[in-house]
Design a protein. Sequence first.
Length: 247
Amino acid sequence: MKATTPPAPGSAERPSIDSATRPLSGERARAIARAFLSPRRFGSRWDYHYARTKLGSDPLYPGICDALRGSSEPLLDLGCGLGLLAHALRDDGIALAYRGVDNDAGKIVRGRAAAARRQLPDVTFETVDLARELPAHRGSVALLDVLQFLAPDAQDRTLDAAIAMLTPGARLVMRTGLDERGSRARLTRAVDVFSRVLGWMNAGPTRYPNEAALRAKFAAAGLQAQFTPLSGNTPFNNWRVVVTKPA
């Protein structure tokens, strides 16, 4: 069973979220975002404004930090983008080793520079094309807003590989839209497509995961899975999925 059942499409009510999964305060969001300011006087401020807005409006990072709290297993962040999760983890006092990989080399360069400016300990970044290969890893895995941008066969390979990486007590933490109907699902797809048009994402959405198929895959691997709404005050169809390998 889901932790909370969303209302029917068009309903005015949405599931409430715990305080641990509210967006960061404006002060904390700005403090992290400053690391993404260009050192050049007239350099681009896009990453700064993106980070500040994302951290201050989206419950994603507090929600994932909450899911990883208490874990000491090293974390591989697949499709890490600018590496905002690393900043959120350290800001939350979570010290597990972090390794972020993404196929966007530009984001990796800028993410590495921002992490260096804030002197984040035990944080590394690499450029990896997840559609072609996955790095070796043992521990916990994060897949945040990634699956829908992979082709169906690559989705399955990525999930199977992530499951194989889990060590006893480790967690696979995901944020994803699900294959559902309704205005939230349609808007989520539209924004994902628009992100590709803008060039922020270098791929468009292909297939949103099916919840029943995900549950079956995790159960077959002997894993425990929890699905929780993670839309917050946003209009999107976002879910947090926390998959644990029993110790």
